[in-house]
Design a protein around this ligand. Structure first.
Ligand SMILES: O=P(O)(O)OC[C@H]1O[C@H](O)[C@H](O)[C@@H](O)[C@@H]1O
Length: 516
């Protein structure tokens, strides 16, 4: 068991007990008039207010020292230089390297796929015989394009419709294909490993749909994005875009997996996305830890989770275009830092990343905000606001912004029931932590910067926790067992299975001999 027995960690733990019980945000603001200025920060394309959290500048500076003691400076350099930082898989983590270096050809084996992808995207955009692009991919090979396509819908300049299919559930592909014409459709099949059940099954079904629709040679209608081109070729894929092994699944958007987005917003739009992210990379690389936004956010996550023991974080984007961002961040954060051992495989004695969940505002105010304001737990809540909308409907946007700000204010201030109200029921305890991120506008560049901010935040927190944020062994076991159960579902063989799984298999097969 890895005990955080350094003096610094123990001092922070003692402080946390005090802050969890006695710290009052309202008091902190009246005691320190400069609190907002001291705990808010600007970074490329956005600014962030972290002052409504259960901490202060002395805690932040202690956390910065903790990060320094974990070699954050040198590890950050190693990450951005494309050195091996994924120790269990002996690989670099190339997402930031790719966008910081995409304009040069220092390592063509790393950047080739991205360059080729931008050329292919332009070709597809100008193809007058193409109506629909169907992107097939799951996890990082699906979530990034899906989320970014929604976010950047106002920047879509191609005439083709673009669809994303992920789920093994055939309803997903089936519904997408309704009304499409095989001859006027192109499929992008994205799978780094080319071994993901969902993606391969959807790709085969799409292939069969092409054959059934009269295409003699469907191979010309498919583009594979993978780091295993030989496997794609064996399935008949004629064209393959390369994805380097060093780009982890949840960072795929920055590789050739971004193809559907590049078709939608054009190669130039995609370069702006890369550029915005690279500007955030520069900020992360250059700014001192004490004024570095990804560092602040990563340290806030460590403070909330490991020290204050808050077990979840709620993300509420106040922008319809960002409605898939919580799902995207779930993969980024929970797959990266959802671990209980350090880089040496030793158990950690403190909680690591919190559960991340959320939903778009203002809809979510009418769902779970009751719980956030009056429930029995404190949940750090992150509200994302965008200053300028991409529409001109009168009054909507100011009201939306006011709602986001009002929720953060209410979480902090709380309120006591007045004499004519119901005591208890109409009391709001307040003193509940929140963070506000404010983007100037939602554009390719600002989306790039926002995503890079989250990626580096996750890296910082993972480093302080001492874990490898770039592997994901935890997803393997369920996949392996599913392969075994798929065979058993067809044969009915339950020998050697636990009683519950055996019973469930019998139910699914409709076996009447099983008593329910
Ligand atoms: O791109 P693929 O190899 O098909 O992988 C798709 C997804 O598979 C797994 O679930 C991994 O945990 C994800 O990180 C990955 O994005």
């Amino acid at each position: 068991m890895q005990h955080p027995n350094t003096q610094r960690w123990q001092a922070l733990s003692r402080k946390a007990t005090e802050y969890a019980n006695a710290f009052d945000l309202r008091q902190a603001f009246s005691n320190q008039p400069g609190r907002f200025a001291a705990l808010s920060l600007k970074a490329p394309y956005l600014c962030a207010d972290l002052s409504k959290n259960l901490w202060d500048t002395p805690i932040l500076s202690e956390l910065c020292s903790l990060a320094e003691s974990k070699n954050l400076n040198s590890q950050r350099e190693a990450l951005l230089a494309g050195e091996v930082v994924n120790s269990t898989e002996s690989r670099p983590a190339l997402h930031a390297w790719l966008r910081m270096n995409h304009y040069q050809t220092a390592k063509p084996e790393w950047s080739r796929g991205l360059h080729d992808m931008l050329t292919v995207a332009e070709r597809l955009r100008s193809d007058t015989e193409l109506d629909d692009v169907v992107h097939i991919g799951i996890g990082g090979s699906g979530l990034g394009p899906e989320m970014a396509l929604q976010a950047l819908e106002p920047f879509k300049t191609c005439r083709q419709r673009i669809h994303v299919v992920s789920n093994l559930d055939g309803h997903d592909l089936h519904q997408t294909l309704q009304g499409l014409e095989p001859a006027r459709t192109r499929f992008v099949v994205a799978s780094k490993s080319w071994s993901t059940t969902e993606t391969l099954r959807n790709a085969r079904s799409a292939w069969n749909w092409c054959l059934a629709g009269g295409l003699q040679d469907p191979g010309n209608h498919f583009i594979a994005v993978t780091s295993r081109p030989e496997r794609a070729a064996a399935m008949g894929m004629m064209q393959t875009l390369h994805m380097p092994e060093g780009v982890g699944g949840r960072f795929s958007l920055w590789s050739a997996v971004g193809l559907p987005l590049a078709v939608a917003i054009g190669a130039e739009g995609f370069r702006q996305l890369l550029q915005g992210a690279a500007e955030m990379d520069e900020h992360f690389a250059q700014a001192p830890l004490q004024s570095n936004l990804p560092v602040w956010l990563g340290l806030l996550d460590v403070w909330n989770s490991s020290f204050l023991r808050l077990t979840s974080r709620c993300v509420v984007p106040y922008h319809h275009g960002l409605r898939r961002l919580p799902a995207y961040l779930q993969q980024l954060e929970m797959e990266s830092n959802g671990k209980r051992v350090d880089t040496q495989g030793q158990s950690l004695s403190y909680p690591t990343t919190a559960a991340l969940w959320g939903e778009v505002g203002s809809n979510s105010q009418h769902a779970f905000f009751q719980w956030l304001h009056q429930g029995s737990q404190r949940v750090p809540t992150e509200l994302l606001l965008v200053r300028h909308p991409a529409h001109d409907l009168d009054g909507h946007h100011d009201a939306l912004l006011a709602n986001g700000l009002g929720q953060a204010q209410a979480l902090m201030l709380g309120a006591q029931a007045s004499a004519d109200q119901l005591a208890g029921h109409q009391d709001f305890p307040g003193n509940r932590p929140s963070t506000v991120l404010l983007l100037e506008e939602l554009s390719p560049a600002s989306l790039g910067a926002l995503l890079a901010l989250y990626e580096h935040r996750v890296f910082v927190a993972g480093l302080v926790w001492g874990i490898n944020s770039f592997d994901q062994w935890g997803v393997e076991l369920g996949k392996t067992l599913a392969r075994d159960l798929e065979t058993r579902l067809s044969t009915g063989d339950t020998v050697g299975l636990d009683a519950s799984t055996a019973g469930l298999i019998a139910w699914v097969r409709g076996d009447q001999r099983v008593y329910i």
